[in-house]
Design a protein around this ligand. Structure first.
Ligand SMILES: CC(C)(COP(=O)(O)OP(=O)(O)OC[C@H]1O[C@@H](n2cnc3c(N)ncnc32)[C@H](O)[C@@H]1OP(=O)(O)O)[C@@H](O)C(=O)NCCC(=O)NCCS
Length: 148
């Protein structure tokens, strides 16, 4: 039986990956049109403060992580994880781990001293995943939102 770790490549996202990113973003719980996703993705590809890595298994993209530099004038540079998702048929095989390590290395190279992420309280499996990677839950917060 094929193991995803064989033939698995972690690489920077390319414009041709948009259709896979769409499918995976829906799995993450975000419904977005193909046109919007492609437009936003292309902007991010051209921004050095952001990175999207994808996990490619054979010809198919089976996971992505988006990381960006979080800049505050009163703190050292930090990496913020915008999202991470692995295709539901490929989970618990080490792919998420590889994506996160790549984002961490990118952050180190960018001079960041820490990495943060926010995760919905209901995503219990993801919390175990983060804790196994050495993340600590340091704060409980409310998320306020307003349309502009
Ligand atoms: C969270 C997610 C990205 C993890 O990716 P993954 O490829 O399944 O994770 P890995 O296989 O690299 O897991 C590494 C470790 O995390 C833990 N882990 C991962 N998924 C787990 C689960 N469902 N339950 C318990 N532990 C889990 C395991 O300890 C695992 O190590 P092990 O295989 O040695 O036991 C993936 O499950 C996913 O896409 N979930 C849905 C989307 C999501 O919740 N994203 C995060 C939003 S905040």
């Amino acid at each position: 039986m094929e193991k995803p770790s064989e033939n698995l490549v972690i690489r920077g996202v390319e414009k041709k990956d948009a259709k896979y990113l769409l499918n995976l973003s829906i799995q993450l719980g975000y419904s977005v049109s193909y046109e919007k996703l492609e437009k936003h993705m292309n902007k991010i590809i051209g921004d050095d403060d952001h990175i999207i890595y994808v996990a490619q298994n054979n010809e198919k993209v089976v996971g992505w992580i988006h990381a960006y530099i979080y800049k505050l004038f009163y703190a050292d540079l930090m990496v913020e994880i915008g999202g991470i998702v692995v295709d539901k048929s490929k989970r618990k095989k080490g792919i998420g781990n590889k994506l996160m390590k790549e984002a961490e290395n990118w952050g180190r190279e960018k001079g960041c001293s820490a990495i943060n992420l926010r995760s919905n309280i209901i995503r219990k499996n993801a919390h175990i995943f983060y804790e196994n990677l050495g993340f600590k839950n340091v704060k409980k917060q409310f998320t306020f939102h307003k349309k502009l």
